[in-house]
Design a protein around this ligand. Structure first.
Ligand code: BGP
Length: 482
């Protein structure tokens, strides 16, 4: 007999404010780093514009208009039987510029309404405090998280959240995919580090930018540790997690040099930030990496203590795909996709955006991370971005999505049987939303279809897809009926 999902397992789904809410300039909201990023495609990635260009498409400006549909949306999540809903608070609704003296009451009220709606159905909100939504003013005036003053603004923002939502929210994540600042575009989206007008979000990263990204991430790790302490102080019931962009990296061959390369990528991609969040100190391999890459971050003498005292209560991560690496150029095969690094893995299939599909990799990752940290784990993003087709009768038969998710739920079950303490699962984009890497509405993840398209047409009508009914059944049976 194999182990089952625990009785109180947190089934749910996840979204982010800038990708779902729209209403980017209403009720006192300020401009976030997202609001200046245009839409893009796989061929022509999204880019930064120093100010909003007339006629250009900015995904965060309209997105799925959750701002005006939240009641209907949360009711649909409840119909699926959600126990938890992961969403983010857009910092610029609370502090429009980031350094304002007083918060914006209309912003605070909006999320009160959202949380109350969740509680009406017994859904626990899991709140990401910063999901790629740094106020743009902090980028322009301070250099984003490159500047330590922004740690204080973040702390102030957290204080307002923890106090305002003390009775409504007890599950928090500090920074979404904190490690991505070290991987893409020099940290603009993740940490508000300034970039040049026209820079793509995947622009090649110069040494200065790498240096900046490490500095900004250090400051964010300190900010996160302060937030954890504050959350516990304000309400001992609060549980705070980190959020890592998780990916398993395989050696393409059994050549020990490939194995070493994969190990080193796992360390820098996954464990560099994870270790600081969980263990409160940088891992041993960090020093060598800094030395070899000439990275010098300013650290305050008090930082070591802050990191030590601000370790997280649980480890959360996103998992979409795995990577493979080899030192042998003749064995390398390129993947056409926007997130793939390394080489094609011949054992796996790839999505239309070149992301590998690898449920087994999730089981491996869960085991690896659990053995390393021995903390409760939560998968807060997972899913298949795909083009959906609406049939003549209005139905959406997304069997490919069901297959992808089923494989990952099976992998979770196996990991639980392996002994992993997995506490929850919130697949990404449970309601269709704008894609983070392309800005497209047509790259859909949802159980709920939103009638909105890349050309900015569509009335935002919501329709449950076939996967909606499948996931409802999964939740009802606590992961038994797949
Ligand atoms: C993660 C982000 C999300 C989300 C997801 C899917 O990296 O945390 O914001 O969008 O990836 O990516 P995409 O939207 O590019 O398909």
């Amino acid at each position: 007999m194999t182990e089952k999902f625990p009785k109180n397992f947190l089934w749910g789904g996840a979204t982010a404010a800038n990708q779902i809410e729209g209403a980017w300039d209403v009720d006192g909201k300020g401009v976030s780093v997202q609001d200046l990023l245009t839409g893009g495609t796989l061929e022509k990635p999204r880019h930064f514009t120093a100010k909003v260009e007339e006629g250009a498409y900015y995904p965060s400006h309209t997105a799925s208009d959750f701002y005006h549909h939240y009641k209907e949306d949360i009711k649909l999540l409840a119909d699926m039987g959600y126990k938890v809903y992961r969403l983010s608070i857009n910092w610029t609704r609370i502090f429009p510029n980031g350094d304002d003296e007083k918060p914006n009451q209309a912003g605070i009220d909006f999320y009160h309404k959202v949380f109350q709606e969740c509680h009406k159905y017994g859904i626990e909100p899991l709140v990401t405090i910063s999901h790629y939504e740094v106020p743009y003013h902090l980028t322009e005036a301070y250099g984003g998280f490159l500047n330590r003053k922004v740690i204080d603004f973040f702390e102030n923002y957290c204080r307002v959240l923890f106090e305002s939502y003390k009775d409504e929210v007890h599950l928090w994540l500090t920074f979404n995919e904190i490690n991505t600042a070290l991987m893409f575009g020099g940290g603009y989206i993740q940490a508000g580090v300034p970039v040049k007008d026209g820079d793509s979000i995947f622009a090649p990263v110069s040494h200065d930018k790498v240096q900046n990204a490490y500095q900004a991430v250090h400051n964010q790790l300190v900010a996160s540790a302060k937030a954890v302490q504050l959350a516990h102080e304000i309400n001992p019931e609060n549980k705070v997690g980190c959020m890592i962009a998780g990916s398993e990296v395989y050696p393409l061959t059994a050549d020990p040099k490939d194995v070493l390369m994969a190990q080193q990528q796992m360390e820098m991609n996954n464990f560099y930030c994870g270790d600081v969040h969980v263990r409160g100190a940088y891992p041993a391999f960090a020093k060598k990496y800094w030395r070899e890459h000439d990275i010098k971050s300013d650290m305050d003498p008090s930082d070591a203590e802050t990191l030590k005292n601000g370790t997280v209560d649980f480890y959360s991560f996103s998992y979409y795909s795995s990577g493979a690496v080899t030192i042998h150029p003749e064995k390398q095969e390129k993947v056409n996709g926007n997130m793939s690094s390394g080489t094609k893995n011949p054992y796996l299939k790839y999505s239309d955006w070149g992301w590998s599909m690898d449920p087994e990799g999730l089981r491996i990752y869960l085991n690896q991370v659990y053995q390393r940290y021995q903390l409760p784990l939560m998968i807060v993003e997972n899913g298949l971005g795909a083009y959906d087709k609406v049939e003549k009768d209005g139905s959406i038969n997304d069997d490919y999505r069901i297959d992808y998710l089923r494989g990952h739920v099976v992998a979770m079950k196996e990991a639980i049987d392996d002994g992993v303490d997995l506490i929850g699962y919130t697949p990404w984009g449970c309601i269709d939303l704008a894609s983070a890497s392309t800005g497209q509405m047509s790259k859909r993840y949802g159980f709920i279809y939103v009638n909105r398209h890349d050309d900015q047409t569509g009335d935002y009508a919501r329709t449950p897809k076939k996967s909606f009914y499948w996931y409802k059944k999964v939740i009802e049976s606590n992961g038994e009926d797949l």
